[in-house]
Design a protein around this ligand. Structure first.
Ligand code: NPQ
Ligand code: MG
Length: 368
């Protein structure tokens, strides 16, 4: 396939309810979508960066800038571009993994549509549906949290993840465990809100049988996570720290984690995400699919990834209505706690034109 250009589109989608994490409260999702136009097909990519650099250093306007200025032009002048060639072509430019992932995703979608191959099959999926968990934000009170969790369990979610921070950790975990019982699959995500000095405090989560605690310490603090893992019985899972397959291998070897959250945007694309899956599987380390409040485009691709054999824990691959009243694609709907793996070529989904238009803030065409 020859690439003729890429359309960058900034969108905004209101959230059904504010989503509070240790790094802030969000009421709408800003995101960048890419449409790669090739000679035989076009493909969609979604950039998972937020409006501001709060989860990681990347942010929407910065991603748009590096894409238009460096990344998209680096794909010019190739008669046969395939998705596997995208990461090597972008490698001279350091960092910016979310921007790179979005561009690779768009090229991969276009290539697979040309070949008539679904993304799940291309990645090595072994399931046709995946069990889904849900990430529950920090709330104003424990009764409010219990009501929210009850609603998600009624909807069928197979696992609950509580966002935690200092001052909202032991009590909410204890309350959810006591109210919903020991069989509930329960985990917590701190988004880097603690330091190693909190080890004894975090050990107070030990009695509640959490599946894991996700990214308690700073992104760069692998040694701190290794020390923490020895001081608590809750398994340590890394999210923000795992930026590549190499980083995953290092974290596992250091004892910094025993579970890994895989987010393709964070690691530079779906192909690197598959390599992380492979590294973890070789080490016997369970993985699960993270979520970044994706639209139906990113959600479709994450569900395909989550169908690989090493994804042995439910992901943050929630239904569309967890976040959005109107998604830009046909919504993903929970069935018996699962989402179906798309079966069409490429992502297997496309934007609904009217919904896409409604969400669009601006568009820009980058010609190659
Ligand atoms: C996590 N996701 O696992 C992230 C954090 C997160 C589902 O908990 C806008 C864009 C808002 C990305 C809020 C979940 C976000 C976001 C939270 C990512 O750490
Ligand atoms: Mg996380």
């Amino acid at each position: 396939m020859k690439l003729t250009g890429v359309e960058l589109r900034e969108i905004r989608l209101p959230l059904v309810a504010p989503f509070r994490t240790s790094f802030g409260t969000l009421t709408e999702r800003s995101a960048l979508l890419l449409r790669a136009v090739g000679t035989e097909a076009e493909g969609w990519g979604e950039c998972v960066a937020m409006a501001g650099p709060l989860y990681s250093s990347e942010y929407v306007a910065g991603c748009a800038d590096v894409l238009r200025r460096f990344l998209i032009p680096a794909l010019a002048g190739r008669d046969h571009l395939d998705a596997a060639a995208v990461a090597p072509a972008l490698a001279p430019f350091l960092g910016h993994r979310m921007a790179k992932a979005a561009l690779e995703m768009a090229v991969l979608d276009a290539e697979l549509r040309t070949q008539g191959v679904p993304l799940a099959g291309e990645l090595g999926a072994v399931r046709d549906r995946v069990p889904c968990g849900v990430s529950v934000g920090i709330m104003d009170s424990v009764p409010q949290l219990l009501e929210a969790v009850a609603g998600y369990l009624d909807a069928g979610y197979a696992r609950i993840k509580l966002k935690i921070e200092p001052g909202w950790d032991i009590e909410p975990v204890r309350a959810v465990r006591e109210r919903f019982g020991e069989d509930l699959l329960l985990q917590a995500d701190a988004n880097t809100a603690y330091t190693l000095a909190d080890a004894r405090h975090l050990a107070r989560l030990d009695p509640y049988g959490l599946l894991l605690i996700e990214q308690p310490l700073d992104e760069e603090d692998l040694l701190g996570h290794a020390a923490l893992a020895k001081a608590i019985t809750t398994p340590v899972c890394l999210d923000e720290s795992i930026t590549s397959a190499r980083a995953a291998a290092a974290a596992i070897t250091l004892g910094a984690c025993s579970v890994v959250n895989i987010k393709p945007g964070r690691v530079g694309g779906y192909l690197e995400a598959r390599r992380i899956h492979d590294v973890c599987r070789a080490h016997g380390v369970p993985v699960w699919a993270g979520g970044m409040l994706e639209t139906g485009l990113g959600r479709a691709a994450n569900v395909a990834l989550a169908a690989l054999p090493g994804f042995t824990l439910p992901g943050d691959t929630s239904a569309s209505d967890r976040y959005y009243r109107t998604d830009i694609t046909d919504p993903f709907v929970l069935e018996d706690g699962h989402l179906p793996v798309p079966t069409g070529p490429g992502l297997g989904v496309v934007p609904v034109p009217a919904a896409l238009e409604e969400a669009t803030v601006s568009t820009e065409w980058i010609s190659l």
